[in-house]
Design a protein around this ligand. Structure first.
Ligand code: SIN
Length: 286
């Protein structure tokens, strides 16, 4: 769905007023009301729908407490405990705290957790301590990335599977193109940090195609770049997006994140009439 329509509460009877923040990805809730977002089921359902349709939702200046942060995330599904290796909030076991002062960086494109069979469906990030300038985060719309591939490239990636790897106990295989579990839309599902190779292509072809797909997914016209103010909250659909945090700043940057439980990602398949499709079983690399 496009992000070009502006919904107003007066015109639609909706509880949240939404405004696009860029052409292909992202919507902002105008004057977000924390109380409404925590307690009103209709507003919370609208927030979830906005995330599914626009991929990224910006809530400026919301400044939730840690408890409110988790309740906000519960509007999108079931908040999950962070993996053991992740740095925790000192006072809340459901929250990860990423502090640049202790070496945190996320300055490569990625979707969180693709080295697991099941990845988080959503993430809710709060800026707690921001540098004076810099430290922006950029998200890209991987549905748009898939749509903009040529028909020939869509046929080539149809049925392909990619290895995602972060270490000995952190490996998973996912389709190169997955169907969004809620909207059914195709998503180009490879990323720079975790995707290692397309397993059912000859290695030489994989090493030519995969870097192209990763580069294509982050084309600037699929992206939204958020310039943070402390207290801002950004929600993203962790199936249909990738993100990249810029480490271009002086000083400290602390963000806190809650993940929401997801489910398995199934392949999206081109129709039978697509040219050259259905090569899933090819080659000894499968
Ligand atoms: C993340 O990678 O989940 C956090 C992104 C950020 O630090 O802006």
């Amino acid at each position: 769905m496009s992000t070009t329509s502006t919904a107003t509460t007066a015109a639609t009877g909706q509880k949240l007023q939404l405004r696009p923040v860029s052409g292909r990805i992202g919507i902002e809730v105008v004057d977000p009301d924390l109380d409404l977002l925590l307690h009103d089921d209709t507003a919370r359902a609208e927030l979830h729908r906005a995330m599914l349709h626009h991929h990224v939702v910006v809530l400026r200046g919301l400044a939730p407490t840690p408890e409110q942060h988790v309740v906000l995330a519960a509007a999108l599904g079931e908040p999950i405990v962070p993996e053991d290796h992740l740095p925790k909030h000192p006072d809340h076991p459901m929250i990860c705290r990423f502090d640049s002062a202790v070496g945190y960086k996320a300055d490569r494109w990625h979707t969180d957790g693709t080295f697991r069979d099941v990845i988080p469906s959503a993430a809710v990030l709060v800026m707690r301590t921001g540098p004076d300038a810099g430290g922006d985060t950029t998200w890209t719309n991987c549905c748009a990335a898939y749509e903009e591939l040529s028909g020939g490239m869509k046929a080539l990636v149809d049925g392909r599977k990619c290895l995602h790897d972060q270490g000995p106990d952190a490996k998973a295989v996912h389709p190169v193109v997955v169907a969004h579990p809620d909207t059914g839309r195709p998503i180009l599902f490879v990323n720079d940090i975790f995707s290692r190779g397309i397993m059912n292509l000859p290695p030489d072809e994989s090493s030519a195609i995969l870097p192209f797909l990763i580069r294509h997914a982050s084309r600037p016209d699929f992206t939204y770049r958020h310039r943070w103010t402390e207290g801002d909250v950004v929600i993203w659909d962790n199936r249909s997006t990738q993100h990249y945090a810029l480490f271009d700043f002086e000083g400290q940057r602390v963000v806190e994140r809650v993940h929401v439980a997801g489910g398995p990602m199934e392949a999206y398949r081109l129709g039978d009439d697509a040219p050259g499709s259905n090569a899933a079983g090819e080659g000894p690399w499968a």
